[in-house]
Ligand binder design. Sequence first.
Ligand SMILES: [Fe+2]
Length: 476
Amino acid sequence: MEFRSILLGFSLYLVYFVDIVISRHTSSFVRSEWPSTDIPLDSEVFAVPKGYNAPEQVHITQGDYDGKAVVISWVTTSEPGKSEVLYSKEEHKYDRTAQGRYTNYTFYDYTSGYLHHCLVDDLEYDTKYYYKIGTGDSAREFWFQTPPAVDPDAPYAFGIIGDLGQTYNSLSTLQHYMHSGAQSVLFVGDLSYSDRYEHNDGIRWDTWGRFIERSAAYQPWIWTAGNHEIEYRPELGEVATFKPYLHRVTTPYLASKSSSPMWYAVRRASAHIIVLSSYSPFVKYTPQWWWLKGELQQVDRERTPWLIVLMHAPLYNSNEAHYMEGESMRAAFESWFVQYKVDIVFAGHVHAYERSYRISNINYNVTSGNRYPVPDKCAPVYVTVGDGGNQEGLALRFSDPQPDYSAFREASYGHSTLELKNRTHALYHWNRNDDGKQVPTDFVVFHNQYWASNTRRRRLKKNHHSQRRDVFVASL
Ligand SMILES: [Fe+2]
């Protein structure tokens, strides 16, 4: 047993060491398991639940800043019905109710169903809740688990999915993710791809809602908007940006004092998660710029050591697709990410997987000529995980040679998982969808950026030793 522990310890050390020392890698693995076409409308994957006006497209998201609330969302199609959620800690014995509201919208010739959103708050941490929506024979029941209280050592597992769409590759990604054991999804934008249809057919938003319900009804999906959510179609008379997205998805932006649902922050277990909008104004003096400046100042790494940023367009990516589309946001925010020692920036948009080393390019200015990114231990790792499997297919052309900043890249479908173990360590995997198996292809042990400083490490060690001594004395 002891030998196995030593072996495991050595393997983890080796993986970390390899990540630091061995040079960058472009995987030669190429796979397109199924054609990049959407699953047909009449597929079982999109089955409408039985019963008159039965709630469908059920999904939940975090409803407050600290994880003691959820927003439950669903759609009814024949009539509004009640915007009410029954819930309880005991299955089938509902003793509490919450009242929500509903909305609907039109997009050119499409009229949506009734889109319900209901805040369920004052929940206990680390508790399983059952909930019921709809009435009579059409009622449906689900459950979710609240996260542990916000605490620097609270373990938690996130999944990261981007650019999902609704093909058989998307289904494969979702099915693989659902076997990962992760507890909530950090979704990095581009949801349904309904804007790829004539008149941005809203029916493909409805099928997507039914598609993700198998996961999103049971655990929160933390939403980031992508370019496919913009849906700006002036020739159809549709000029309000993000219209379907904002009707269908809610975010707890008011809880983090944001002025827009497009950018916000939540704290969950030991993580502080900041969601940014690549397609809303973000240059200096805009609301998103002011909000991010303030939010970064109030991140408390003593309570939430893991600082994670989500956005759609990657700041660092060496694929030829969408190359440098994140450059304007990099110019606006990269110096803050370094200053505040962000652990990881997750993005999507490019339909392939890539992970960077810790690098920055903050010394660059138009006249200095220092235009190449350099190793920077205060900088985040940039991960692009836009490989959910949508109908646009893979981004197969990486720039050659692989830039120094790029650690690993592969053009196939998959998802990532980030397991926060405690305040100092996290295990990260990228899992390729491979012949129905989940294959952890890229694996890194992340050392927390805040607790990595020598002073803090010494303080932690000292506290740890004194706690161990207290336990020892108490046990005498
Ligand atoms: Fe995109």
